[in-house]
Design a protein around this ligand. Structure first.
Ligand SMILES: [Cu+2]
Length: 70
């Protein structure tokens, strides 16, 4: 299982955090997604054999948020 922390850009309320979490958990291979709205941070656990880091970034980008590796 791979773990990665990202800085999130574009969140402006708690619902944004919920949207990101829900979208990531919808992807096959994502085990956990913790979105900290106050820190503008995402911690995600995923299996890189099932889903790539780029797919995570792209799926969140389609909702208007950008992720940068921390
Ligand atoms: Cu929002």
């Amino acid at each position: 299982m791979d773990k990665q922390t990202f800085h999130i850009e574009g969140m402006n309320c708690g619902a944004c955090a919920y949207t990101i979490k829900k979208e990531l958990l919808r992807l096959k291979g994502v085990k956990r997604a913790l979105v900290h709205y106050d820190k503008q941070e995402l911690k995600v656990e995923f299996d890189h054999k099932k889903v790539s880091e780029k797919e995570l970034v792209d799926s969140v980008a389609s909702f208007g948020y950008s992720l940068q590796r921390v």
